[in-house]
Design a binder for this molecule. Structure first.
Ligand SMILES: *[C@@H]1O[C@H](CO)[C@@H](O)[C@H](O)[C@H]1NC(C)=O
Ligand SMILES: *[C@@H]1O[C@H](CO)[C@@H](O)[C@H](O)[C@H]1NC(C)=O
Ligand SMILES: *[C@@H]1O[C@H](CO)[C@@H](O)[C@H](O)[C@H]1NC(C)=O
Ligand SMILES: *[C@@H]1O[C@H](CO)[C@@H](O)[C@H](O)[C@H]1NC(C)=O
Ligand SMILES: *[C@@H]1O[C@H](CO)[C@@H](O)[C@H](O)[C@H]1NC(C)=O
Length: 290
């Protein structure tokens, strides 16, 4: 990551300043500077006589003043002496300090783990990274992410039926500052299974409709942590819900020959913890007329 970054900087530098790329001393002096978009900045340069921006002439002056900066002001600034030699290189980046992340936590895999995901309400423009932790009493754990860039993390080994909430702490950090969102979490309150899968509908003789489905694969233990299901039948402008039931199939009688039914299923923890899943995919069936 670091190597890639400096290689990138290096290649930009070579591209923009071919005349000075072998000037080792100058190259190593590149200074990163981040400021708030729209603010002003002054770059002094002792013994300097001229500033260039991305290699193009900008101003004849030892000090550079930028007012009401815009994104076009980003890039590489070089200060040159009267012989054209580079005295100083500044890489200017513009943006904002991060705002408080909006954090959402839920558990499709109770009682094994929970997930938290987040977004930033305002784009800080600058590269921003996140620190994600959760803690309770005196313990703090890292909320694991597959990669640094991911805005989702996994909480594991949470205590069940605890009345002391875990405190999830998502902190956004960039060159201009940091901002934390703290979210109290009780495991049972954030249960939300993924939708049921493999929904199938079959017409049975005697104006009956058989519907079956499978529990969400992300729910680890449907035997010890059972689920209850609701089935929605929709035709024309009418919708009607059957359930909740603990089974993974049901028969609806009195369906109309020739009518098309749109069927979907949702699932909830049997004890009523947390929320129902979103609806499953819809299956459609047209009842035979015979
Ligand atoms: C500026 O120039 C003076 C005289 O040439 C020199 O003594 C001094 O070291 C230079 N300062 C810097 C920061 O380059
Ligand atoms: C700063 O720049 C923006 C657009 O780049 C402009 O709308 C605004 O009026 C400027 N503000 C000042 C104080 O010059
Ligand atoms: C200078 O280069 C940066 C990228 O390094 C770019 O964002 C910026 O728009 C460029 N500005 C000008 C005036 O060339
Ligand atoms: C949240 O996490 C940040 C970054 O690790 C830390 O600086 C801050 O103190 C934490 N806040 C609380 C209340 O634990
Ligand atoms: C079922 O019908 C709905 C509404 O007409 C439609 O949006 C959906 O794509 C259909 N699903 C399948 C699997 O055909």
């Amino acid at each position: 990551m670091r190597l890639e970054c400096s290689l990138y900087t290096f290649s930009i530098f070579v591209l923009l300043f071919p005349q000075s790329w072998n000037h080792q001393e100058t190259f190593s002096e590149t200074k990163d500077l981040s400021i708030v978009l729209g603010s002003s900045v002054e770059l002094p340069c002792t013994n300097g006589s001229e500033w260039r921006h991305n290699g193009s002439f900008l101003v004849l002056s030892p000090a550079l003043h930028l007012h009401n900066t815009s994104l076009d002001d980003q890039g590489f600034y070089t200060c040159h002496n009267s012989n054209g030699e580079v005295l100083k290189t500044v890489r200017l980046q513009l943006g904002y300090p991060p705002s408080k992340p909006d954090v959402h936590c839920w558990s499709p895999s109770y009682p094994m783990k929970a997930l938290c995901s987040w977004t930033l309400p305002h784009n800080p423009i600058l590269p921003t990274y996140y620190i994600s932790t959760y803690g309770r009493l005196d313990d703090t754990f890292s909320c694991q992410r597959p990669s640094e860039q991911d805005r989702q993390c996994v909480l594991e080994d949470l205590e069940l039926y605890s009345n002391v909430p875990y405190l999830v702490n998502i902190t956004a950090v960039n060159a201009l500052g940091s901002s934390s969102r703290l979210l109290p979490v009780i495991f049972e309150d954030i249960v939300k299974p993924d939708p049921p899968v493999d929904v199938k509908a079959t017409a049975l003789p005697g104006k009956k409709l058989h519907v079956q489905w499978a529990p969400p694969p992300s729910w680890p233990d449907p035997v010890n942590f059972p689920l209850k299901y609701k089935v929605q039948f929709q035709w024309g402008d009418t919708a009607n819900i059957m359930g909740p039931i603990e089974l993974e199939s049901m028969v609806r009688s009195g369906v109309m020959p020739g009518r098309t039914y749109h069927i979907r299923v949702s699932v909830m923890d049997l004890l009523g913890n947390g929320q129902s899943s979103e609806w499953s995919d819809t299956v459609n069936i047209t009842m035979p007329r015979s």
